[in-house]
Design a protein around this ligand. Structure first.
Ligand code: HPA
Length: 278
């Protein structure tokens, strides 16, 4: 079946469950940050496995459902659990939900993730507004025949993460007395964490954080001209910075520790998301 036909069926199913709600902002909640969805009012919850053609999430800590409802005066569609390349999905599968969002009329996207902190002046628990990214790996969600109905074959990536939204997020953070960093996120495929040499390389290349998600989604969103913003929760110092091994528990623990602040920031960003970026 053609991509557009699949997307139409996914959209039709989701719309049939929405009881007239018109989601405006898509939000993807990263590792350990899924509780944020509990704040959504008057929520409709849709399991991924009920949506025709949707992939299904396999990672512990990722729930695998859409939560759609009100948040800070906007209607949001929240993905509780995302699809990662390292799980074995193709990049095209990873970005399928973003395309579904666009089909549902969503033009604004807030991507969140847990990431390793590469910038040695920062510390675990810091929140970083993503200003740009580096995708070193060769694969790309737009590889193959271009879905012309969604966007152009060759498309601009000079401002993937909307500058104005970054400024708005900074202001929202300031008003909430939440300190935020701004920096560059570098994608590694995972599921292995990086080596110490890879982290040194990432730093020299200009990265402030390393992670295993977000970039494919941001590329697909750019292709469809969605207004995108990204926030990383820096859950651990990246490999080799401290004299200790990395583990997934630390990622989850830090996520747990900062989830209140993180949720407050997400809410602040949603509240101040301007009409002209919806
Ligand atoms: N590396 C890659 N992905 C991550 C990390 C990390 O150190 N921490 C959380 N996600």
């Amino acid at each position: 079946m053609e991509l557009m036909e699949k997307l139409s069926q996914s959209k039709a199913y989701i719309e049939s469950r929405l009881e007239g709600r018109k989601p405006q902002i898509g939000i993807i909640l990263g590792s350990g940050l899924g509780d944020m969805a509990d704040a959504i009012e008057d929520a409709v919850i849709i399991d991924y496995h009920d949506i025709p053609h949707f992939p299904v999430s396999t990672v512990p800590g990722h729930k695998g459902r859409l939560v759609i409802g009100g948040l800070e005066g906007k209607t949001v569609l929240c993905m509780q659990g995302r699809f990662h390349y390292y799980e074995g999905y193709s990049m095209e599968e990873v970005v399928y939900p973003i395309r579904t969002m666009k089909m549902l009329g969503i033009n604004a996207l807030l991507l969140t993730n847990a990431a390793g902190c590469v910038n040695t002046a920062w510390k675990p628990g810091d929140l970083m507004l993503i200003t740009d990214h580096i995708k070193l790996i060769a694969d790309n969600p737009l590889r193959g025949r271009n879905p012309d109905d969604l966007g152009e074959r060759f498309f601009d990536m000079t401002q993937v993460y909307d500058k104005e939204l970054v400024a708005i997020a900074e202001k929202a953070a300031g008003e909430l007395s939440i300190s935020v960093r701004k920096g560059v996120y570098m994608l590694f495929t995972g599921p292995s964490f990086e080596t110490a040499a890879e982290v040194r390389f990432a730093r020299i290349a200009g990265a402030d954080a390393v992670g295993m998600s977000t970039v494919p989604e941001a590329i697909a969103a750019s292709h469809m001209r969605m207004k995108t913003m990204g926030i990383s929760c820096l859950t651990n110092m990246a490999a080799g910075i401290l004299d200790q091994p990395l583990n997934h528990e630390e990622v989850l623990e830090t996520g747990e520790r900062v989830k209140k602040t993180f949720s407050a920031l997400v809410r602040g960003v949603v509240a101040s998301w301007p009409e002209n970026k919806l």
